[in-house]
Design a protein around this ligand. Structure first.
Ligand code: RUQ
Ligand code: CUA
Length: 672
C-alpha cells in the first residue's frame, strides 16, 4: 500500500458510480493519445528548456527538477531521504539535517511543494516541501538546488495539508492530516475516545524575508478532523487561508465508510491577520513540545540540529472571528484559490459537482451572521450564502484545480481520468482531455500565483499501465504535458518521473538560471577541518579517532598514502575540493565504507566516516570522472592490528614506510 493517496480506495467506492455516468473510467485506448505534437515539446540539442519544473517525489522523499517542455530530468534533490549519489544524509555534515525529536529519520513521504512568492508572483528564491510521515517542512535554496533547512512540526501527525505559502512568503502553512492527542497531553488513551481526546493543529511558519529561515510563529488548535489541502488567499483575500477538512464525522475506524457518512464536510477559513492580532495581544498559550530545527550553513559546509521546546498555541475558544467553517460536499481534497483571490474551488473526492465559493460572499455571510449553527464552537456559514456556484457534471473524482490566468480553471479528475477545463465566472465546462491514467495533481506554470505563466498543463498520473516498456511489477510513474494555448487542450508529451509525484510547480528558467551558485569560494570555507591548500593537509589521532584533512584537485588526493591506522579506529576523511571552477566536483570512496561516497563541490569540505574493521591495505579513490587522469586519482590506507605501534604517517609523492616504534606510543609525524 505504498501509493496510498488515491490509487485504490476511491476506485473501489466509485467504480459502480462511474459506470453509471460514463461509458468507462478509462479513456478508450492508449492509441487515441498517440498523436502528441513532438515539435512543441522538442528542445534541440544544446538548447535550454523554457521552464524549470520542481516536482515532488512522493514516497522517495526527494524533489526532482525537470525541464519543460522537454520533460528532461535535470536533478534529484535529496530532502528527507539519504542520497548515495551526493552523500546527503550520509556525510557527517549533512546527517543533522535528518535529525528529529524521534532521532535520525532518513526517509519521508514528500507530497507538496511551494515556490516562494513576492506580491503573489514567483520570486525564484526557495522551494518549500513537506514531509508527511514524520511531520517536517524543508526549504530548498534555488541558488544551489540543495536542502538548506528542515523544521519539524510538533502537535502534528501526517503533515499532508502543507506547505502552502502566502503571497509575500510571510508564512508557510502546515496542517495535520491526523488529529491526535496533543504532544503535551497523555496520549495513552483508548482510540475510541477520538471525539474527546483527539485534536487538530495548524502551524504558521514564518519565513525570514532575507535569509528564508523558518520558525513556528504560532499554531491554531482545532477540532479533531482530518485536514487535507489548502491555499492562501491572495489579492482581495490576502490575510486568509482556506483548508479542506474531511472526517468531520470524527470517526476513528473504517474511515472509508465512516468518514463519508455526512453529506458535507468543510473548508475551514482562517483569518490569519486576526490570528496575528490575538498573538500580539498575548492570547496564545505556551505549550511544552519537542521538535528539531536543522539548518545548513554554507560557510561551514555543515548542518546543525537544535531541539526546540516550546510553541505558542491559539485556541479558537479565546479567539472569536478567527475561524469559520464553510460546508463543502463530500470529503473535499483540493481547496484552490484563483489568481484574483476571489474564488475558492473545492474538490470533493466523492462529489458530483465542484462548488466554487466567493470570498466577497463569505465576507458578507460573516457580516450578516448567515450561520448554520456551529461545529465544535466554530461558526458554520450557510452553504448558499458562501457559494458562487457549482460546476455541474464536471467528471468524476475531482481532486485539484489550477488556473491559466485567463479566467479558466483546470480540474484533475481521478476517477474519470481526465482534465476538465471550465470557466470560473459562468462555471461552464469548456473542454476535457483524457489522462493516462488516474490523474492526481496537475500543474500549470505559475498556476497557484496571481500571475500564471500559462502555456501548459502537466498531469501527474497514478497509473501508467500500457504507456511505457514494462519494468517488472512496478511500472514507471508518469507525467503528461498538454498545450493549453488554444481553446482545446492538446497532449504533447508523456515523460516518466521518479518516485510518485504529487504536486509540482514550474517557473520560467529566466528567473533562476542566472542566479546559480557555481563554486564555493575556498577562502570563505569555515569548515573546522578544511584544508585550504595542500600545505594544510594533516592526519591527527585522538584516542581511536583519526582525522584526515585531505584535499582533492585534478588529479590527485593529498595525502594518498596513510599508515598507522589501527583496527577499531574511526577514521574521518575531511575532504576539501580545492577546485574553483564550475562543474568540477570530486568524489571520495573507500573500500568497506558502510555508508556511501561523498561528492564534494568546488571549495567545499565534506566528511566521510569510515571504521577500520580489519588490518590490511584499503584503497580509496575519486568517484567523479573529473579529468583524463581521474582513474589515477587514488590512494591507500594501511590498517595495522589493534595495539600496533606503527607510527601515523601520511604523504603524497614520498615513498617511505611508517616506522614501528616499539617502546613509544605512536606520535604524529608528517612528511611536511
Ligand atoms: S495529494 S494526488 Cu498529497 Cu492529491 Cu497526492
Ligand atoms: Cu577527481 Cu575523479
Amino acid at each position: 500500500m505504498k501509493r496510498f493517496c488515491f490509487k485504490t480506495i476511491p476506485v473501489l467506492i466509485l467504480t459502480p458510480l462511474c459506470l453509471l455516468f460514463l461509458e468507462s473510467c478509462k479513456p478508450k485506448t492508449a492509441q487515441s493519445a498517440a498523436g502528441g505534437d513532438a515539435s512543441k515539446s522538442y528542445i534541440a540539442p544544446g538548447k535550454y528548456d523554457e521552464f524549470y519544473n520542481v516536482v515532488s517525489g512522493g514516497f522517495n522523499g526527494q524533489v526532482a527538477v525537470y525541464g519543460i517542455p522537454s520533460g528532461r530530468l535535470f536533478r534529484i534533490i535529496p530532502v528527507f531521504s539519504q542520497s548515495p549519489e551526493s552523500g546527503y544524509g550520509f556525510s557527517e555534515e549533512t546527517k543533522p539535517m535528518l535529525n528529529t525529536s524521534h532521532g535520525f529519520v532518513p526517509w519521508d513521504d514528500q507530497h507538496h511543494i511551494a515556490l516562494s512568492q513576492t506580491r503573489g508572483e514567483h520570486d525564484g528564491r526557495w522551494v518549500f516541501a513537506n514531509g508527511n510521515n514524520t511531520p517536517r517542512i524543508a526549504r530548498i535554496d534555488l541558488h544551489t538546488f540543495r536542502t538548506a533547512e528542515i523544521l519539524e512540526i510538533p502537535n502534528s501527525a501526517g503533515n499532508h495539508a502543507s506547505p502552502f505559502i502566502t503571497e509575500n512568503s510571510e508564512y508557510v502553512l502546515a496542517a495535520t492530516r491526523f488529529s491526535v492527542p496533543l504532544d503535551d497531553q497523555n496520549g495513552d488513551v483508548p482510540i475510541n475516545t477520538y471525539k474527546k481526546n483527539f485534536k487538530g493543529s495548524i502551524s504558521f511558519i514564518s519565513i525570514d524575508a532575507v535569509s528564508g529561515e523558518m520558525n513556528i510563529a504560532f499554531q491554531i488548535r482545532t477540532p479533531g478532523v482530518n485536514f487535507d489541502l489548502s491555499r492562501a488567499g491572495k489579492g482581495v483575500s490576502h490575510g486568509w487561508f482556506f483548508v479542506s477538512c474531511y472526517n468531520s464525522e470524527q470517526a476513528n475506524t473504517l474511515l472509508e465508510v465512516n468518514a463519508s457518512a455526512k453529506d458535507k464536510d468543510f473548508i475551514m477559513a482562517i483569518n490569519w491577520k486576526k490570528a496575528e492580532e490575538y498573538l500580539k495581544a498575548g492570547k496564545a498559550k505556551k505549550q511544552a513540545v519537542r521538535y528539531a530545527h536543522n539548518v545548513y550553513d554554507e560557510k561551514t559546509h555543515s548542518a546543525t540540529s537544535t531541539i526546540k521546546t516550546e510553541v505558542s498555541v491559539l485556541d479558537p475558544a479565546d479567539c472569536p472571528d478567527m475561524l469559520y467553517m464553510i460546508p463543502c460536499p463530500k470529503s473535499p481534497h483540493g481547496a484552490d484559490v484563483d489568481p484574483t483571490g476571489e474564488y475558492i474551488v473545492a474538490s470533493g473526492k466523492l462529489a458530483a459537482t465542484i462548488p466554487v465559493f466567493s470570498f466577497t460572499k463569505i465576507q458578507k455571510a460573516i457580516a450578516d451572521h448567515a450561520f448554520d449553527g456551529e461545529y465544535d464552537g466554530i461558526p458554520v456559514l450557510k452553504y448558499e450564502a458562501a457559494l458562487h456556484g457549482e460546476v455541474v457534471k464536471p467528471g468524476l473524482g475531482p481532486l485539484h484545480t489550477e488556473f491559466d490566468g485567463k479566467g479558466n480553471a483546470y480540474t484533475s479528475m481521478f476517477v474519470s481520468s481526465e482534465i476538465v477545463k471550465w470557466n470560473i465566472k459562468d462555471l461552464k465546462v469548456l473542454d476535457r482531455v483524457p489522462t493516462y491514467y488516474s490523474i492526481g495533481h496537475l500543474s500549470i506554470p505559475g498556476g497557484p500565483t496571481a500571475k500564471p505563466h500559462g502555456k501548459y498543463v502537466i498531469a501527474y498520473n497514478k497509473i501508467t499501465k500500457d504507456r511505457y516498456l514494462p519494468t517488472g511489477p512496478e511500472l514507471t510513474q508518469s507525467a503528461q504535458l498538454y498545450d493549453i494555448t488554444g481553446e482545446k487542450m492538446k497532449l504533447l508529451l508523456d515523460f516518466p518521473t521518479t518516485g510518485e509525484p504529487h504536486y509540482a510547480e514550474a517557473i520560467p528558467a529566466s528567473m533562476i538560471m542566472s542566479k546559480q551558485k557555481k563554486i564555493f569560494k575556498i577562502e570563505e570555507n569555515m569548515h573546522p577541518y578544511a584544508a585550504k591548500g595542500e600545505g594544510q593537509v594533516k592526519v591527527e589521532r585522538s584516542g581511536n579517532q583519526v582525522h584526515v584533512r585531505m584535499t582533492a584537485i585534478r588529479s590527485h588526493l593529498t595525502p594518498d598514502n596513510i599508515e598507522g591506522v589501527r583496527v577499531g579506529d574511526e577514521v574521518y576523511f575531511h575532504v576539501t575540493n580545492l577546485e574553483q571552477d564550475w562543474d568540477v566536483p570530486h568524489g571520495f570512496a573507500i573500500k568497506g565504507a558502510n555508508n556511501a561516497e561523498i561528492l564534494i563541490m568546488p571549495g567545499e569540505t565534506q566528511t566521510l566516516k569510515w571504521k577500520a574493521d580489519r588490518s590490511g591495505i584499503f584503497p580509496f579513490y575519486c568517484t567523479d570522472f573529473c579529468s583524463a587522469l581521474h582513474q589515477e586519482m587514488q590512494g591507500y590506507i594501511r590498517v595495522s592490528p589493534a595495539g600496533s605501534n606503527v607510527a601515523l604517517l601520511f604523504s603524497t609523492g614520498t615513498n617511505k614506510p611508517a616506522v614501528t616504534t616499539p617502546d613509544k606510543t605512536p606520535a604524529d609525524t608528517s612528511n611536511k
